[in-house]
Design a protein around this ligand. Structure first.
Ligand SMILES: [Zn+2]
Length: 435
């Protein structure tokens, strides 16, 4: 009992010290790692634990030497430990534990990834190392709200900091945008009054850390139209389906710019249509910083890739059913993009620029059917492929489970699987883990 309590106290002190030292979790990148060793703290009558951070430009051997450890050679370790000393980055936090009266550490541990910790033990004949997996448990969380400006802001407003940090809230927004990449152009389509409901997994480690897992189900109501999505792994590959089991995937993406790369503006403001709308404008313009990757909207073959008058650097793709797409004002082309080359949906074909008649960096995108320009965002892309017959029953079962999480009004409130509504339970995270 006493040992347990000491262990818990030790864990709390360690966690507090990690926060005190780094201000962040060990595996995150930090702009300026705090390198000073913290003062030794007694964690038990007989044990001393010291946390220290790998400094920029420092080798692990130098860090070890600072604690009197000169006989531990990482380069001789089993590669399965994935602790290549040349690839360890600054900011990693090492824990050194010594047992009094011995002042030399007998145990050193480091979190190398969110999923594992490498632990070294000192024995009379040298050091041994083991990998300890970190267990994460997933809990479903449901949020909903109005999208007034951007998806990120809407999610940001619904998820408190102590539930998911800012970076994870952005991941949630990006992942949700990816779910609807064939239905919604989030840089433009959002209207006041649009709403979202999302059930996602929040992962909690045995050490109490929290991070975003994955989107499980969602519902977007955009311009009065409801778009529901359910995550399902039918053949080992996860994908999203509507309630009838039709894939959300379509032959064309709604927006051929990498959303994640334009997110600095996405995060705080809506995306503004560009600039110099010309008399005979036949496409959609996406303002984005120069160099932002441009993706093939669908599978196809490159018709041309080169200079083309006012388009500047232009890629034109030919797709099935008389459809062609054009991508203009590119700064340059992706490797291998030349006439005759095959491209797949989502493949990078070039980079945003301002070549040709462009008053600023943007992508000019055209969707043409039999040579006639169409509004790419309004083109009917048909129905998604239905889920394979053999897994249809499994899908329905999973859909019904997710639907209960997504629509709490329908659910039995005593259900163990009921998602936690974080708006209603703001204090569920143990405060001891929070910086
Ligand atoms: Zn344009």
């Amino acid at each position: 009992m006493r040992g347990l309590r000491l262990g818990a106290a030790c864990a709390v002190i360690s966690a507090a010290a990690v926060f005190a030292t780094t201000g962040w979790w060990p595996w995150r990148r930090m702009p300026t790692p705090v390198a000073a060793p913290v003062a030794a703290r007694p964690v038990a009558p007989a044990a001393i634990e010291i946390l220290d951070t790998l400094r920029r430009g420092e080798t692990v051997s130098e860090l070890f030497a600072r604690h009197g450890v000169v006989d531990l050679d990482l380069s001789g370790l089993d590669p399965a430990l994935s602790l290549d000393p040349r690839r360890l980055r600054s900011g990693l936090v090492f824990s050194f534990r010594a047992t009094a009266p011995d002042t030399l550490p007998a145990r050193i541990s480091v979190r190398t990834t969110p999923e594992q910790r490498v632990v070294f033990h000192r024995a009379p004949d040298g050091w041994s190392a083991v990998v300890e997996p970190i267990a994460w448990s997933a809990e479903p969380v449901r949020i909903e709200g109005a999208i007034d400006n951007s998806l990120y802001e809407a999610l940001d407003a619904q998820v408190p900091d102590d539930q998911l940090d800012g970076a994870d809230r952005q991941r949630l927004a990006w992942d949700l945008a990816d779910v609807y990449a064939w239905q919604v152009d989030f840089t433009r389509d959002i209207q006041p009054g649009d709403r979202f409901q999302v059930v996602f997994e929040r992962l909690v480690s045995e050490d109490g850390e929290v991070r975003f897992g994955r989107v499980l189900a969602s519902d977007l109501t955009m311009s009065g139209k409801s778009l529901t999505a359910f995550r399902f792994e039918g053949d080992g590959r996860p994908a999203f389906y509507d309630a009838e089991g039709n894939s959300l995937r379509r032959a064309f993406l709604r927006a051929p710019v990498q959303f994640r790369r334009i997110s600095s503006t996405f995060a705080r403001a809506r995306f503004h249509p560009v600039l110099g709308i010309t008399r005979r404008h036949e496409g959609t313009d996406y303002a984005a910083s120069p160099g932002t990757p441009v993706m093939a909207a669908g599978d196809g073959v490159v018709l041309r890739a080169g200079r083309a008058g006012g388009y500047g650097n232009l890629v034109e793709l030919r797709h099935r059913n008389g459809i062609t797409t054009r991508y203009g004002h590119l700064r340059g082309f992706a490797r291998g993009i030349r006439a005759g080359a095959r491209v797949g949906q989502g493949q990078t074909i070039g980079y945003v620029g301002s070549t040709g008649l462009a008053s600023g960096p943007h992508l000019h995108y055209e969707f043409r059917l039999n040579g006639v320009a169409k509004d790419a965002r309004r083109v009917d892309l048909g129905n998604g492929a239905p889920i394979r017959e053999g897994v249809r029953a499994d899908f329905r079962q999973e859909r019904d489970r997710l639907l209960e999480l997504l629509r709490p009004a329908r659910r039995n409130t005593t259900d163990e699987d009921a998602p936690r509504s974080i708006a209603q339970q703001p204090a569920e995270t143990p405060a001891r883990w929070l910086p």
